[in-house]
Design a protein around this ligand. Structure first.
Ligand SMILES: C[S@@+](CC[C@H](N)C(=O)[O-])C[C@H]1O[C@@H](n2cnc3c(N)ncnc32)[C@H](O)[C@@H]1O
Ligand SMILES: Nc1nc2[nH]cc(C(=O)O)c2c(=O)[nH]1
Ligand code: SF4
Ligand SMILES: [Mg+2]
Length: 235
């Protein structure tokens, strides 16, 4: 059984390697981290615990089709940390059998064998501003067990210390596609001028990367869904 917090879509993947891709989302409940700026705190802070449903892979797939109809062939699993859940493997197998591609987002604190089957696995180690201590030895172990052609790294940056962390991660795993994503401090779902405020931060991050000769092989990205819809849930 899989603890599900929400199922929504189709929408665009707003982040990282397949930004813009039409996809459905399955968001699991529970996280082993407590990032200060987590935009999905409701998955772990208890505020929505009555919304958590224990579901089989079959029930999740049925609901994806119920709300998405025939209008998708890509599913993104996020959380919370879906890597805490062994049973995600059955969902990945079912989605593949039904002809869907599968992406998954995790911070890389835990390895599961089913990670090898994910078509686009995003590992997103956490920088200092999150107040988390990312264990890089564990991350090394995860990465050494995975196919480099199916994984990518994404580091969220709020300040200069985060930027230096991002650089450290990029240089530790130089062979992996590296995405540097601008942090969103506006976590309410209704913020005045959120698009202009976020674009200003994005522009600052772009400027920082452009002048840095040690960051030439990177992608600098916004969260496209937050530019459009701020931190609204279910999009
Ligand atoms: C909500 S997390 C869930 C998956 C997993 N726990 C993780 O952190 O990778 C999905 C992505 O959103 C990013 N994220 C969370 N809060 C954010 C914020 N305030 N601004 C920008 N990105 C954020 C995370 O770093 C992660 O890459
Ligand atoms: N549209 C959209 N794209 C996303 N990419 C990563 C998300 C996440 O919360 O993991 C997310 C999300 O919540 N919505
Ligand atoms: S690891 Fe991901 S879900 Fe967990 S607290 Fe951090 S951003 Fe939120
Ligand atoms: Mg999100």
């Amino acid at each position: 059984m899989i603890p599900v917090m929400e199922i929504f879509g189709p929408t665009i993947q707003g982040e990282g390697k397949v930004i813009g891709r039409k996809t459905m989302f399955v968001r699991t409940a529970g996280c082993d981290f407590r990032c200060s700026w987590c935009d999905s705190k409701f998955t772990w802070d208890g505020s929505m615990k009555e919304a958590i449903r224990m579901m089989t892979a079959e029930a999740i797939y049925a609901e994806l089709r119920e709300i998405g109809g025939p209008s998708f062939n890509h599913v993104t699993i996020s959380g919370g940390n879906p890597a805490l859940i062994k049973a995600i493997g059955t969902l990945v197998d079912l989605l593949h059998a039904e002809g869907c591609e599968v992406a998954l987002e995790t911070q890389g604190s835990k390895f599961q064998t089913w990670m090898r089957d994910i078509d686009q696995l995003t590992l997103s180690p956490k920088p200092p501003s999150s107040n988390m201590q990312q264990n890089l030895t564990l991350l090394d172990e995860d990465i050494s067990q995975l196919d480099p052609s199916k994984i990518n790294l994404k580091v969220v940056v709020f300040d200069e210390a985060d930027y230096q962390f991002a650089k450290q991660i990029h240089h530790r795993y130089l062979g992996l596609p590296f995405y540097i994503q601008v942090g969103n401090p506006y976590l309410e779902d209704d913020v005045n001028d959120h698009t202009a405020k976020l674009l200003e931060r994005y522009e600052e991050l772009i400027a920082r990367v452009m002048q840095d000769a040690e960051m030439n092989n990177v992608y600098v990205t916004p969260q496209l869904h937050t530019l459009l819809w701020s931190n609204r849930k279910g999009v």
